[in-house]
Design a protein around this ligand. Structure first.
Ligand SMILES: *Cc1c(COP(=O)(O)O)cnc(C)c1O
Length: 456
């Protein structure tokens, strides 16, 4: 029996709330049993208004790092509330925003020295694109009005960030509103767009040649390349083969275009390193951070760049070289305080060291799933996992979208106490870094059962 309180909230939700990336016709038609309303969280678990407990298998949409209700982060936010909750960075400084900038410069890849704040991944990307574009103007280079990104990329849902993204169903409709940019093939090795007859590593990263061909031909028009380093998230957790990121860095440098690393999803330990760029010792010219930056507690984002780029914006006021951008809540002190606590916890709890064993355990747990009849590909980097389901393993033919297979499997998993959210027919796992080995086992076993139930 569902309580009165839950029923009331469910009705009010259906009456007034418009959910993100959601077909509301389907949403409002769902049964009271499947319409979960989360009331609180503790550690790696979420609790709904019925008091039922669920393992948070996708870190509340890729944000939670050290679990929910972490005492250190909660304390940092409460202490900051006692001082001040918001003050502006327009014409004023604020204590936590300064201290966080210092820390971000210290922990991110070499060469990044300046921090520009905003409040979401999309705005962090908008800022990166605008900085890259304006950098060339201020240095007297004309015509660099375009960007190069990769097939399947997701960089956010505002008009600018969408223009460098390419997830057909998300973006297509808005094409008339957005500028066209260059697109290079991303190494989706399971369905290789370039050298499918050879495959990796026989292809010797043929995709890089294709990237270089486009850059060589058009570099005078290109301000920057933007990439999700090591793992394309929203495309379906697609892990790039070794050497690809490094190759992109090398080619960007060779043709003198800037490199923007969008670590909104992969940053803060998700891939097993603090930042994904570390995996191939890459230092981007611009770095975008959001999602995990506050440990998943408050909306905050940061765009970092080098002294070289920053200096191009310096001049006398009337030269109008300043970066005319900023959001009302830029550098919000509560978000900054949470982010400082999040970063301190990495060090204090040796999170990255301890993560390595969990990554190995998860890998071992996932291995048997590849034998299932309809599991086409299992991709893992750190604690990011994509399990791609196919109707036929041999031809790699997908299931018809109308089956809503990924969705249905995730709904089944809820009944077994696990909250996950798919990307089409890719089952995504991205638990908090604080997940225990026991919880990893539970998570994978629920996923296996749920896949079997729907595909056998
Ligand atoms: C989620 C995401 C974004 C957008 O972040 P929002 O906070 O949702 O605006 C941008 N880039 C990547 C790689 C992401 O995963």
């Amino acid at each position: 029996m569902i309580t009165k309180k839950t029923k009331r909230l469910q009705a009010a939700d259906k009456a007034h709330l418009w959910h993100p990336f959601t077909q509301m016709k389907e949403w409002t038609a769902q049964s009271p049993e499947s319409q979960l309303i989360i009331e609180r969280g503790k550690g790696n678990y979420l609790y709904d208004t019925e008091g039922r407990r669920y393992l948070d298998g996708v870190s509340s949409l890729w944000t939670t790092v050290h679990g929910h209700g972490n005492k250190t982060i909660d304390r940092a936010i409460k202490d900051q509330i006692d001082r001040i909750s918001h003050t502006t960075l327009l014409g004023l400084g604020s204590v936590p925003s300064i201290e966080l900038a210092e820390k971000l410069v210290e922990i991110t890849p070499r060469g990044l020295k300046k921090v520009f704040y905003s409040d979401s991944g999309s705005t962090a990307v908008e800022i990166a694109l605008k900085i890259a574009y304006q950098y060339w103007i201020e240095t007297g280079v004309k015509g660099r009005t375009r960007f190069i990104s990769f097939t399947g990329a997701y960089h956010g849902d505002t008009l600018g960030s969408m223009s460098v993204g390419e997830i057909g169903s998300f973006v297509k409709k808005y094409n008339p509103l957005i500028k066209k940019h260059f697109r290079a093939p991303y190494p989706y090795c399971y369905r290789c767009p370039v050298a499918s007859d050879v495959g990796h590593p026989g292809c010797k990263l043929a995709c890089l040649n294709e990237f270089e061909r486009i850059v060589e031909k058009n570099h005078k028009d290109i301000a920057a390349c933007i990439i999700e380093p090591m793992v394309q998230g929203a495309a379906g957790m697609i892990v790039s083969p070794p050497g690809f990121l490094k190759g992109v860095r090398r080619i960007a440098k060779k043709y003198n275009i800037l490199l923007i690393a969008d670590e909104v999803a992969v940053g803060f330990g998700r891939t097993g390193k603090l930042f994904a760029c570390e995996d191939e010792s890459v230092s981007p010219d611009i770095l975008c951070l959001a999602k995990g930056i506050t440990g998943g507690y408050l909306p905050l984002a940061a765009t970092l760049t080098t002294d070289k780029i920053y200096k191009a914006f310096l001049g006398n006021y009337e030269e109008l070289k300043a970066f005319f951008h900023g959001h009302t809540y830029t550098g919000n002190p509560l978000g900054a305080a949470a982010a400082i606590a999040n970063i301190d916890l990495f060090k204090k709890n040796k999170v990255i060291d301890k993560l390595q064993q969990k990554v190995k355990t998860l890998k071992a747990l996932l291995k048997p799933l590849s034998k299932l009849d309809h599991v086409g590909d299992i991709r893992q980097k750190g604690l990011m996992v994509g399990i791609e389901l196919v109707a036929c393993k041999e031809s790699k033919a997908p299931y018809p979208a109308s089956l809503r297979l990924g969705h249905n499997i995730c709904m089944d998993a809820r009944k077994k106490g696990l909250i996950i959210r798919p990307l089409g027919d890719v089952i995504v796992l991205m638990p908090p870094l604080s997940i225990t080995e026991r919880e990893l086992k539970k998570m994978v076993s629920v996923v296996e059962d749920s896949i079997r139930d729907r595909t056998e």
